[in-house]
Write a new protein. Structure first.
Length: 69
């Protein structure tokens, strides 16, 4: 039996939506893309991958802010 991870499916949908041309998007289309990306973020946040991404981004921001001082 084939199972599909919903987070992987959302990643595919986001990539396909973002590959489209910018000038052909309506406001509704842009809002829908934002909602899909938010749903993806909520799904990834509690996972190990989400925590790893958050830790990496935290270290990156910390390094950039220390370099600016």
């Amino acid at each position: 039996m084939l199972t599909i991870n919903v987070a992987v499916l959302l990643v595919i949908v986001v990539v396909l939506r973002l590959r489209r041309r910018t000038e052909s998007r309506s406001r509704f289309d842009e809002k829908m893309t934002v909602l899909i990306v938010l749903a993806l973020g909520i799904m990834l946040a509690p996972t190990d991958v989400g925590q790893g991404i958050a830790d990496f981004l935290g270290q990156l921001v910390s390094g950039v802010s220390q370099a600016g001082q």
